[in-house]
Design a protein. Structure first.
Length: 205
């Protein structure tokens, strides 16, 4: 049996946890954006700031990979995980930006359900990142993310059906469809992150 040296440096795990915590904040801002009476300009401004902070954490991870001789797991996996987490934040920022720019007045209640799924995914991801160090208790994480992604898929189909039910004007359908699709992509992106974590756990355990 081969033995792999594991560095005791915990900074990578701290940075991944920090990066995932940004997603918790981003999902909360997204929920706030959907709330009735929300100051959308202010929420969008805070989301841009949150996205910028998330970018800084991503850059810190990449910089550390490039300056570290022995990494806790494969460099390509570190890059993939950092990129995957960053993609989720970018997609949530995109949704907030579209709601602001499209000046959508009425948002279907199904969108709130999707954002609730996103919030749960963010919480699970943030709670699981510290477990990368021990590679323990991670299977429950990716199994639950997969279940949430399936629930998001079902809600996505129902939301699309509602958009084309005749309840909305054509221009509103076009605007809302963009928003709905980006929300779906964000949930899918969380599943991609969970898949990367599973690959790391299988490879390193």
């Amino acid at each position: 049996m081969g033995f792999r040296f594991r560095p005791v440096d915990t900074s990578f795990y701290i940075l991944f946890t920090e990066q995932a915590q940004h997603l918790v904040g981003g999902a909360a801002l997204l929920a706030e954006m959907l709330a009735e009476g929300a100051d959308r300009d202010d929420v969008a401004r805070r989301m841009r700031e949150a996205e910028h902070q998330a970018d800084e954490t991503t850059h810190a991870i990449i910089k550390k990979v490039n300056s570290t001789f022995v990494t806790p797991f494969d460099r390509e996996d570190i890059y993939s995980l950092a990129s995957g987490l960053d993609d989720v934040m970018d997609l949530m920022d995109e949704v907030v930006d579209m709601i602001l720019l499209y000046e959508v007045k009425v948002l279907p209640p199904e969108l709130s359900t999707q954002v609730e799924v996103l919030q749960r995914c963010a919480e699970l991801t943030a709670a699981s990142m510290p477990n990368l160090q021990s590679l323990q208790s991670l299977d429950e994480y990716w199994i639950e993310i997969n279940r949430l992604e399936n629930a998001g898929d079902k809600n996505h189909r129902r939301t699309i059906a509602k958009l084309f039910s005749g309840e909305f004007k054509t221009i509103e359908v076009l605007k809302l469809k963009d928003i709905v699709e980006s929300l779906e992509e964000a949930i899918d992106a969380f599943e991609k992150v969970a898949n990367i974590v599973e690959q790391i756990a299988v490879k390193e355990s």
